[in-house]
Design a protein around this ligand. Structure first.
Ligand code: GDP
Length: 347
């Protein structure tokens, strides 16, 4: 991988912004690499780049109704449920309809281990080669907050580059779904045919954040089964109740054959219609506020890691806590004092 050029003098940032605005793939890739970088100088450059790109969006909003207004959709489900097959099918249909489709991934396994459940580059071959689509493998390992920051900013890059649909894929594990739900307009949950007791396996929390649910792999001999499961799920959902005066529709589809994929997309658009322009703007504004605080927390955690004062006491505090000499609250106070002292703050 080459280093992002924006790490060099400011002129290159202009180049990069220009390339992104013209939808040049190499520029889009470099810009996303830049926003994914955890290096402090890259983060500064990334912020500057995004400022330029959003300035462009603000200006063009007067003349264009699409720029900066991409349809942002999260796609989630357990490994093997068929997310990448589905996204490939949906993405191909959308580009055939004249859309430009960007695909990003938030992969909790890469957060921990540097490995990937989502399998990256080998996936979505056809879509990855579609000139109207851009498929980005998940960012390298980092914190979930860091990966989320990168993904939100990568989404902004894609939108500035003229992608009017952005699909954010994530695995149905823990916090990553909630994180993704917090950055998209509509959250689509893919599941497999499960009935009765198996329904318990679907976490209640998921049903609460899902805007559209699709029972996937409704093909071959499993169509009836899938329909039955969809009915059961719809029943279970009625118990949970909806959110934002919207009850998530449950449909069946097959990413493999393409059956029902359009209908899933129709439901996504129906959810958007339900939100309306104002509701969508409010939702995005609230997400921005949450994101702002997430950035603050992320930056503070980073400063704590970089603090020389904390570095100076860290080993000593560690040893004394492990030896039972210090209680956790006292240890925390010592670390915070060392952090504040760095910045000349006296409590
Ligand atoms: P992911 O891990 O959720 O991204 O799932 P994949 O898209 O990689 O699919 C996992 C496996 O299920 C693969 O072997 C696919 O060929 C298969 N698969 C995916 N979608 C469908 C479908 O709609 N019907 C059937 N029968 N198999 C599918």
């Amino acid at each position: 991988m080459t280093e992002p050029r924006a790490a060099r003098p400011a002129l290159d940032l202009d180049d990069l912004a220009d390339g992104v605005r013209h939808g040049r793939r190499a520029a889009v890739s470099r810009a996303i690499t830049l926003v994914e970088s955890t290096r402090t100088d890259h983060r500064v450059a990334a912020r500057e780049l995004l400022g330029r790109l959003s300035g462009f969006e603000a200006r063009s909003a007067r003349t264009s109704t699409t720029t900066g207004n991409a349809v942002r959709v999260g796609v989630s489900g357990v490994p093997g449920v068929g997310k990448s097959t589905f996204i490939e099918r949906l993405g191909t249909q959308l580009t055939a309809d004249g859309h430009r489709v960007g695909v990003l991934a938030v992969d909790p396994s890469s957060v921990r281990t540097g490995g990937s459940v989502l399998g990256d580059k080998t996936r979505m071959g056809a879509l990855a080669h579609d000139p109207d689509a851009y498929v980005r493998p998940s960012p390298a390992a980092g914190t979930l907050g860091g990966v989320a920051r990168a993904t939100v900013q990568a989404m902004a890059v894609l939108e500035a580059a003229g992608y009017d649909v952005v699909l954010v894929e994530t695995v149905g594990v823990g916090q990553s779904e909630v994180t993704v739900a917090g950055m998209v307009d509509t959250f689509l949950f893919l599941t497999l045919a499960r009935t009765g007791d198996q329904l318990q396996g679907i976490k209640k929390g998921i049903l609460e954040i899902a805007d559209v649910i699709a029972v996937n792999k409704a093909d071959q001999d499993h169509e009836g089964e899938a329909r039955e499961a969809a009915r059961d799920l719809a029943g279970a959902l009625r118990m949970v109740g909806g959110h934002d005066e919207w009850s998530a529709p449950v449909v069946t589809c097959s990413g493999l054959t393409g059956d029902g994929v359009r209908e899933v997309w129709d439901r996504v658009l129906a959810h958007r219609d339900h939100l309306g322009a104002e509701g969508l703007a409010r939702k995005r504004a609230a997400q921005q506020l949450d994101f702002a605080w997430a950035l603050v927390r992320d930056e503070l955690a980073d400063r704590l890691r970089r603090s020389p004062g904390v570095a100076a006491v860290r080993d000593d505090v560690r040893r004394r806590v492990l030896d039972g000499e210090l209680t956790a609250p006292v240890a925390a106070d010592l670390v915070l004092e060392a952090y504040d002292a760095d910045r000349g703050v006296t409590p």
